[in-house]
Design a binder for this molecule. Structure first.
Ligand code: NAD
Length: 338
């Protein structure tokens, strides 16, 4: 293990700076030394550099190989593409990993959800290729390639193997989109054939949504194209109690960027109200990625203790604590549990 790590920090905007600061404090308290390379992206960068995603942000992430990122607001109609989508495409972060795991104490429909969504992160309708066809019609082009499908499904199987999981389910709409989703499914079946130790099945996306609401315990690792992944992962976040507790990671071959699933919640910006859990759990994923499994485990345990006790939690978890107070409680629980 390294003495210290260099990690790029993008605080983001809206509630981003408060919740990333919470995660940095918790990592520090867990005894992991990080030399944070702080850079700005989003509206602040737009005002200063004329672009929401300046080159030096990308250069910093390429250099450190790891980033912790707060949410960044996507201004509607600014003429610039989403920072989040651009980052994933420019750095070829082809996997969006979103675990959805029940935490005792969080009000939710189920108590024992343990799902992992592996979302393709670079193509599909998110390729952003669209145009007007005359004044009254618009066309968006859905791109699915064998290469992108193969590497994301391969990631899902390798992840399942590494984490001792039993089954991978490919999610698609190949009955209607016979060529694009058909190619995704065909590729998934070929990758599955080379991973005989892990069970494989496929589900049509609409049926998948119903099954996840009715029988989530039947599923384990789910892999799917970009747009379905966006929607299904929010559904799964809902199954475990909402966006405030849903972490995420964008992963490529050399680089990984860790960020909560939720957005910048502008109405709570600077109000010390936002739940820091999703970002702290994203930092737990980051620490595991860095090989700091013991610190990651201590933080996870402290988060579960604080949420389980329910006294120092934010409004969305039914409490009255602010972002900073909940973070203090997590740090205190970690010290007590050592
Ligand atoms: P949002 O996730 O910001 O908010 C949705 C709802 O969840 C709101 O009611 C909000 O109050 C609540 N919420 C979100 N995070 C919370 C937290 N940590 N604690 C407590 N409550 C929380 O979604 P939105 O309003 O659709 O998006 C706002 C902006 O964020 C948009 O510009 C969007 O493009 C952007 N966004 C960015 C990312 C990212 O940076 N990865 C992801 C999603 C959305």
């Amino acid at each position: 293990m390294a003495d210290f790590y260099q990690v790029t920090l993008i605080p983001g905007d809206g509630i981003g700076p408060e919740i990333t600061m919470a995660a940095c404090r918790v990592i520090d308290a867990a005894g992991v030394s990080i030399d944070w390379q702080e850079v700005v992206a989003g509206s602040e960068a737009l005002a200063e550099y004329g672009t929401p995603l300046p080159d030096h942000v990308l250069e910093s992430i390429r250099k450190t190989g790891v980033a912790l990122k707060g949410p960044v607001t996507t201004p509607v109609g600014s003429g610039f593409r989403s920072v989040n989508v651009s980052l994933r495409q420019l750095l070829d972060l082809y996997v969006n990993l979103r675990p959805a795991v029940s935490i005792p104490g969080v009000r939710s429909l189920y108590k024992d959800i343990d799902l992992v969504i592996v979302r393709e992160n670079t193509e599909d309708l998110y390729a952003g290729i669209e145009h007007m066809v005359g004044p009254d019609a618009a066309e968006s082009i859905k791109i699915i390639t064998r290469r992108a499908s193969e590497r994301v499904v391969k990631f899902a199987f390798d992840y399942a193997r590494r984490e001792g999981r039993k089954k991978v389910t490919a999610v698609h709409k190949a009955n209607i989109m016979k060529l694009s989703d058909g190619l995704f499914l065909e590729t998934a079946r070929a990758v599955a054939a080379a991973h005989g130790d892990i069970e494989f099945e496929d589900r049509i996306v609409d049926n998948m949504c119903m099954q996840l609401v009715q029988k989530p315990e039947l599923y384990d690792v789910l892999v799917m194209p970009n747009l379905y992944g966006d929607i299904v992962s929010d559904l799964c976040a809902g199954l475990v109690g909402g966006l405030g507790v849903a972490p995420g990671a964008n992963i490529g071959d050399e680089i990984a960027v860790f960020e909560p699933v939720h957005g910048s919640a502008p109405k709570y910006a600077g109000k010390n109200k936002a739940n820091p859990t999703a970002t702290i759990l994203s930092a737990v994923l980051m620490l595991r990625h860095l090989g700091e499994t013991s610190a990651a485990g201590r933080i996870l345990s402290a988060v579960r203790t604080v949420i389980g006790e329910g006294r120092q939690v934010t409004y969305d978890l039914g409490g009255g604590a602010g972002t900073a107070e909940m973070t203090d409680a997590i740090i205190k629980a970690m010290v007590n549990e050592q």
